[in-house]
Design a protein. Structure first.
Length: 194
């Protein structure tokens, strides 16, 4: 089975559509969920500090301003890397050019006009969450104090920033495997067989 089409096959009809720039209620819900997802990250940080030999001794000496500045820049770089990972996985399913965008509070990588089957789309949608979680979690075993705190801060931004991807994945899981998905950058459309 092909991974994508450059046209919508005749026997498919639209079953679901979301455009986060137009649907302010869904956008608000996703942003609230992003904040809610910070709770398990903070709890994990607390548990690691409490039940391991990790310390949280933040002093002027071990928390220089340059480390905070690097963390802020890292958060911005992370947004780009997140979208690049989406783009790489989109490219595995199509030869079409990936379109990048920044839409106020959202960044996107998409291939408008290309219809992906459910499984490759889920893979592209969840790849940044899986890959970057591993990238962030492994160094946590080797850091302490302010460095560990800053890495957890970056991980929190990552994890809560994946909530839109999680939302679409959960929504898509209810659909049959032959469902086609078009990603428009600010939204998605699901198409099912008639």
């Amino acid at each position: 089975m092909t991974k994508s089409y450059n046209y919508l096959p005749e026997n498919y009809v639209e079953d679901f559509q979301i455009d986060l720039l137009k649907d302010k209620k869904k956008l608000l819900m996703i942003n609230v969920l992003s904040l809610v997802l910070l709770i398990p990250v903070v709890l994990a940080y607390y548990l690691i500090i409490t039940f391991t030999d990790k310390t949280l001794e933040i002093t002027v000496e071990n928390s220089p301003t340059w480390k905070l500045m690097i963390s802020i820049v890292s958060m911005l770089v992370y947004i780009v890397v997140h979208e690049l990972i989406h783009a790489i996985f989109f490219k595995l399913g199509t030869k079409e050019k990936v379109k990048f965008g920044f839409h106020g509070i959202m960044a996107s990588a998409s291939v408008p006009g290309v219809y992906f089957y459910k499984k490759p789309y889920l893979l592209a949608g969840l790849a940044p969450a899986a890959i970057m979680s591993v990238v962030f979690i492994i160094p946590m075993f080797f850091l302490n104090d302010y460095d560990l705190f800053l890495l957890f801060l970056l991980f929190a931004v990552h994890f809560s920033g994946c909530v839109g991807d999680f939302y679409i994945a959960i929504k898509l899981l209810k659909y049959p495997s032959d469902t086609l998905v078009e990603d428009t950058g600010t939204g998605m459309k699901f198409f099912v067989k008639k």
